[in-house]
Design a protein around this ligand. Structure first.
Ligand SMILES: Cc1cc2nc3c(=O)[nH]c(=O)nc-3n(C[C@H](O)[C@H](O)[C@H](O)COP(=O)(O)OP(=O)(O)OC[C@H]3O[C@@H](n4cnc5c(N)ncnc54)[C@H](O)[C@@H]3O)c2cc1C
Length: 591
């Protein structure tokens, strides 16, 4: 699975310490990414994006990574006045952050790929799978800017889907621009002090005035605080309580005469992670805003943006894991302790395998979910139901795994991994955000179980999809597929049981994890047969086996688990040699 990471030049310079990923091309170092893109995309599109991914991979492992380090160290600063003493608020960013913006928005146009034609010379809009290949590479260098890229994308989508022709004419072009002079970035301000999870408690008021509205209230967490185009929720005067009474509004940063709209960034948050990006508190003092879509469906419409952000969050957490994985691998294969490389020691191998397993699961789940979104947008009802359950499932588990994987990779580097000179400390700080924003762990687990399963019955679409994938995995040993079929049915049954009674709510997280693990095991199996057919490597099936053994089976604490088969599986997964289905099939039957 692993592509050799050799930094002889760096090792030479760094003396006794292991090198890091500096200079690594994150695309070339990731054969699994290439494989999954070839599995999910048509060949013409894959061949079109590959040179661009190669370029982004090189930048992300080089100059963008250095920019990210600087931007993290020199965070944004809020100023209350301009240099002439006028009360014009502005945020000062380090030039390194501006470079990151130029790459993401200007050069690659990641924010616009699903909304505009012609980005990077492709005549159509990109499917979400292709877009998130770029998200995945970019976020391995810089996670903070990942939010502005995603919310700019989300605002454009929301506007395109629900905005009036007039609003679209005014704001859509700026949100999808790759010319940095014309680009207007987006923001999404929902959270108030009363509740981020309990959005229905929000107190921001919208008062009608001619063709627009005036907003009064406070927003408590506003990432990309100086965004030019903001989508937010507010309660129109006279509307009822709860989420049913909130409307969706577009609030521009600047008014038609060029002056700042009537809201103030009160202060910027001093955050644990994503320190490069400005998150602020905002007071709305009669801000001008425009209603988007139907006022009584504000929350439902905003949910569309939240769901695409949840997918993006899953992908970004996967990116953090992949970066941590690369870093841990450079250490494990270069650092010598007690006369041996860490990777050659039994516990070092196991630690590395744990990092790799969670990372590869998340990669498969990210692209499976993105593919469901693409198929749902093309009109498939089954894919829409699948997406409904996959999105919170991915968001729940991948963001939580990222915390652990980034922590484990940090520890692999030893004490110096805890020091801010290496990326590991930043990765760990950033990783803790994924499971908070766009819904905390509890909220997304409840979404998966209570709503996707309990209300929409989306688990039926998942079960059908997983069985179809197993049917379609012909060269994988039958006994292995039968075992997985049984696990799929038990997991779906358990999810239904949990969803069926309010008393079972405390089991929602466990059930969501099981859904994630069984889905990833099937996806890995299905992919292994395809990749084997493409280039004679079926090792993703070994990952599916590990998911079954370690995530879907009861563990008896007093039984020895390490045997010759397990060691062979680990060595194959951590090695570079392709292993075909015949050999892999025998291993999973012996395991
Ligand atoms: C760096 C950062 C940037 C952010 N940027 C934005 C932004 O741009 N726009 C925006 O709108 N928001 C943003 N947020 C806010 C974020 O989405 C919220 O913080 C999050 O949704 C949680 O809401 P809360 O802070 O009000 O916590 P609460 O909702 O008060 O939650 C507190 C705890 O209660 C738990 N809880 C809540 N409900 C339940 C339940 N039913 N069952 C069990 N447990 C429950 C939660 O899981 C959590 O552990 C940002 C947050 C951070 C940290």
């Amino acid at each position: 699975m692993h592509q050799s990471i050799r930094h002889d030049d760096v090792t030479g310079k760094s003396g006794l310490l292991a090198p890091d990923t500096t200079g690594l091309n994150f695309y070339r170092a990731d054969p699994a990414l290439t494989d999954l893109l070839r599995v999910h995309l048509d060949d013409r599109l894959f061949r079109h994006i590959e040179p661009h991914l190669d370029r982004l991979g090189a930048l992300a492992g080089g100059t963008l990574d250095e920019c990210a380090r600087l931007a993290d160290r020199h965070g944004p600063v809020l100023h209350q006045r301009d240099r002439f003493g006028r009360d014009v608020q502005w945020i000062e960013y380090h030039p390194a952050y501006r470079e990151l913006e130029k790459a993401a928005f200007g050069e690659f146009g990641i924010h616009a790929m699903s909304n505009a034609r012609g980005i990077l010379g492709w005549p159509d809009k990109y499917p979400v799978v292709a877009k998130h290949a770029f998200t995945f590479l970019f976020n391995q260098a810089e996670f903070g800017l990942g939010c502005p890229i995603n919310v700019t994308d989300g605002c454009a989508r929301l506007l395109a889907n629900f905005g009036s022709a007039e609003l679209k004419a005014r704001y859509l072009d700026g949100l999808t621009q790759t010319d940095m002079e014309k680009l207007t970035q987006g923001g999404q301000f929902m959270t108030e002090k009363e509740g981020g999870s309990d959005v229905g408690t929000l107190t921001t008021r919208a008062v009608p005035e001619g063709d627009h509205w005036r907003l009064h209230g406070e927003k408590w967490f506003c990432s990309n605080a100086d965004a030019e185009v903001v989508m937010l929720l507010a309660r129109p005067e006279g509307a009822g309580p709860g989420t049913g009474g909130v409307g969706l509004f577009l609030m521009p940063r600047f008014l038609d005469d060029g002056s700042q709209n009537h809201y103030r960034i009160v202060r910027l948050k001093d955050k644990l992670g994503t320190r490069s990006m400005a998150s602020g508190e905002i007071k709305l003092e009669g801000a001008v805003a425009y209603a988007v879509g139907r006022l009584d469906r504000g929350f439902v419409q905003m949910a569309e943006m939240v769901n695409s952000s949840r997918l993006s969050n899953g992908v970004k957490s996967t990116a953090l894991m992949r970066r941590a994985h690369h870093d841990a691998m450079t250490v494990a294969t270069n650092r010598v302790v007690f006369g041996r490389r860490i990777i050659d020691l039994p516990l070092g191998r196991r630690q590395m395998l744990k990092i790799a397993l969670a990372t590869e699961q998340a990669l498969s789940m990210s692209f499976l979910t993105a593919d469901a979104l693409d198929r749902a947008e093309a009109g498939s009802q089954d894919a829409a139901a699948l997406l409904r359950i996959l999105t919170p499932t991915l968001k729940f588990r991948a963001t939580r795994d990222a915390r652990k994987v980034c922590g484990d990779a940090l520890e692999m580097r030893g004490g110096i991994g805890y020091v801010e000179e290496f990326a590991t400390a930043r990765l760990l700080r950033d990783a803790h955000l994924g499971s908070i924003w766009e819904g905390t762990g509890n909220i997304v687990a409840l979404d998966a179980l209570k709503r996707a399963v309990g209300r929409h019955g989306a688990e039926a679409a998942l079960a059908a999809d997983l069985h179809a994938r197993l049917d379609d995995s012909g060269t994988v040993p039958q006994a292995f597929r039968d075992r997985l079929r049984g696990l799929v049915d038990r997991t779906i049954g358990f999810a239904r049981e949990v969803a069926s009674r309010a008393d079972n709510e405390a089991e929602a997280r466990r059930a969501t994890s099981l859904l994630y693990h069984v889905t990833s095991a099937v996806a890995l199996t299905w992919e292994s047969r395809r990749i084997d057919a493409m280039r004679g490597d079926a090792r993703r099936l070994l990952l599916a086996q590990l998911v079954i053994d370690h995530r879907l089976s009861a563990q008896y604490p007093f039984r020895l688990t390490e045997n010759a088969t397990q060691v062979t599986i680990a060595n194959h997964l951590l090695g570079e040699r392709d292993v075909g289905m015949a050999e892999v099939g025998e291993l999973v039957l012996a395991a």
